[in-house]
Design a protein around this ligand. Structure first.
Ligand SMILES: *Cc1c(COP(=O)(O)O)cnc(C)c1O
Length: 443
C-alpha cells in the first residue's frame, strides 16, 4: 500500500541507507550503484564533507528568496562555476534541476535576441534521440519520440536534425571527417530552410546520455557545429546536464571538442544528488545584452539560488577538485572500458561498446552483422534492469535507442570514487545479468 504515485505505479525497494557506492534496502540487501541513479551521484553517497557543508548552511541560512537576498553559498558557487567554465562564460544562473536549466536557457536565448530588437527569431533546432528534460519546453526541444508522443498537442514547435551517432549512421565508406561534415551539414541545411534570421539557437548534448546511451561525437563534428552557428549568427546551447561536471573525464564534455558554447546547462553531477540543483552558464554577451537592455532576465523560480543546494554543490565540486577525482574518472573510465570490451566486445548480442570517461554504454542487438535490434515488445532493457537489481547492481538500461522505439542499451555511470575491484564486480554482475535477461527474452 502506497500513497505515492510511483514512476511505474509500482513501489520499488525501500532504500534505508547509502554509503560510498553502495545502497542497502529494507531487507538488508546491498546494491552497487554503477549508474549514480541517472548519472547523478558523482561523489558516491554519504560523503562527510558534503554533509558537513549542508549542516553548516542549514544553521546559517536555510532559505532566502532571491528577490530579497543573495547568500555566500550561492555567490561562492557562481564564482567557482565561472572560474572553471569554458571561454567567454561570465555568469551562472542557479536553478533546481536539469529541466529547469534547459527552460531557462531557452528563454535566455530568446530574450537575448529580443533585447537586440530581433523579435522575429522563434525557431529552436535540436537533434533526434536527444533528451533535454520532461517539462514542456524541454520536452519539445528533446528528440525522443516516445517521450514526446502523447504530449505533442501541448508542445511548442521545435526542429530536429540527425544526431551524430557513428555506430548507426556513419557509412562504411565514410571517414570520421566526412561523417562529421555530413552530420553537421544537416544543421546548415535546416537553418537555410528556416531562414537564419528566424533561428534562435541550436541545442545539443556533447555526449548523448539517457536516450541513446553515452554516444560521443566523431572528431570535429562540434567544431563544425560551432562554425555553422557563428556563421549564421545563432546561439549554441550545450546541454551538459548528464555528460558534464567531470563525468567524461574533463570538467565539461565540450572541452574535449575544443569549443565553447554560448549557453550551457549543467545539473546532475553538479550537486551529486546531495541537493536538487542545476545551472545555466551564460556567455558575457548575453549578460551584457540584458544589462544594457531591460536590466533583468524575465524568469525566476521560488527555489532558484537555494543556499542549501548551492552549499552542497560547492562542497561536491571542492571535494572533486581537492581529491583530483577527475584523474580517477579518466583512469577508471579507461579500465571500465577495457573490462566492458573484454566482457562484451565479442558478445553475439552486443553491437557497440562506447562512451567517455565514467560514462560508458553497451548497445544490444539481435544480430551483430545486420545490427538488427531486438523486438521492442520483448522489453530486453527492462529484463536487464531487473536481473541486475536481483544481483545487487544498479545500471541504467533504456529502450528506444535507435528511434525512440527500437533498440536497447545499458548506461553505466559509476561514482568518481569507484575503484578497480568495484569495476571488476560491476562488469561481472552486468555480464551475468545481460545473459540471464537474454535467456528470458529467448524463452
Ligand atoms: C536528466 C537530463 C535533463 C533533465 O534534468 P532533470 O533534473 O531530470 O529535470 C536534461 N538534459 C539532459 C541531457 C539530461 O540528461
Amino acid at each position: 500500500m502506497t500513497r505515492l504515485l510511483h514512476r511505474a505505479l509500482k513501489t520499488p525497494p525501500m532504500a534505508v541507507s547509502a554509503e560510498g557506492i553502495t545502497f542497502t534496502d529494507a531487507g538488508g540487501k546491498t546494491y552497487i550503484d554503477a549508474c549514480g541513479g541517472a548519472a547523478v551521484s558523482c561523489l558516491g553517497h554519504g560523503h562527510p564533507d558534503v554533509l558537513a557543508a549542508i549542516h553548516r548552511q542549514a544553521d546559517q541560512v536555510a532559505y532566502a528568496h532571491t528577490g530579497f537576498f543573495t547568500t555566500e553559498a550561492a555567490e561562492g558557487l557562481g564564482e567557482r562555476l565561472v572560474a572553471d567554465a569554458p571561454e567567454g562564460i561570465s555568469h551562472a544562473y542557479l536553478v533546481s534541476g536539469g529541466s529547469e536549466a534547459v527552460e531557462a536557457a531557452l528563454k535566455m536565448a530568446r530574450q537575448y535576441f529580443a533585447e537586440k530588437g530581433e523579435t522575429q527569431r522563434r525557431h529552436v533546432i535540436a537533434r533526434r534521440q536527444s533528451y533535454h528534460g520532461n517539462t514542456l519546453g524541454a520536452l519539445a526541444v528533446g528528440g525522443n519520440e516516445w517521450r514526446r508522443a502523447q504530449f505533442r498537442p501541448l508542445l511548442m514547435e521545435a526542429h530536429h536534425i540527425a544526431p551524430c551517432y557513428a555506430y548507426r549512421e556513419q557509412r562504411q565508406t565514410e571517414s570520421d571527417a566526412e561523417y562529421a561534415v555530413r552530420a553537421a551539414g544537416e544543421l546548415e541545411a535546416k537553418i537555410e530552410e528556416l531562414g537564419a534570421e528566424n533561428v534562435i539557437a541550436f541545442v545539443a548534448e556533447p555526449v548523448v546520455g539517457a536516450t541513446a546511451g553515452a554516444v560521443p561525437p566523431v572528431a570535429d563534428y562540434f567544431k563544425r557545429i560551432r562554425e555553422i552557428c557563428d556563421r549564421n549568427g545563432i546561439l549554441l546551447i550545450l546541454d551538459e546536464v548528464m555528460c558534464g561536471m567531470g563525468r567524461t573525464g574533463t570538467l565539461h564534455a565540450c572541452e574535449q571538442e575544443g569549443i565553447a558554447p554560448d549557453l550551457m546547462t549543467i545539473a546532475k553531477g553538479l550537486g551529486g544528488g546531495y541537493q536538487p540543483i542545476g545551472a545555466v552558464l551564460l556567455n558575457e554577451k548575453i549578460h551584457d545584452a540584458f544589462a544594457q537592455g531591460s536590466g533583468f532576465f524575465q524568469h525566476g523560480h521560488t527555489y532558484m539560488g537555494h543556499p542549501m543546494a548551492a552549499a552542497a554543490a560547492l562542497a561536491v565540486q571542492e571535494v572533486i577538485a581537492r581529491d583530483d577525482l577527475l584523474a580517477n574518472v579518466r583512469a577508471m573510465g579507461a579500465y571500465l572500458r577495457e573490462r566492458l570490451e573484454d566482457a562484451f566486445g565479442q558478445h553475439a548480442n552486443v553491437g557497440d561498446v562506447r562512451g567517455r570517461g565514467l560514462f560508458q554504454a553497451i548497445e544490444l542487438v539481435a544480430d551483430r552483422e545486420t545490427k538488427a535490434p531486438f523486438d521492442p515488445a520483448a522489453k530486453l532493457n527492462k529484463h536487464i534492469k531487473a536481473q541486475a537489481m536481483e544481483r545487487g547492481l544498479m545500471v541504467y538500461p533504456m529502450g528506444g535507442t535507435i528511434d525512440g522505439v527500437h533498440g536497447d542499451h545499458v548506461l553505466l555511470a559509476p561514482p568518481f570514487v569507484v575503484g578497480r575491484e568495484d569495476v571488476d564486480t560491476i562488469v561481472a554482475r552486468l555480464s551475468d545479468a545481460v545473459d540471464a535477461a537474454l535467456a528470458e527474452v529467448a524463452a
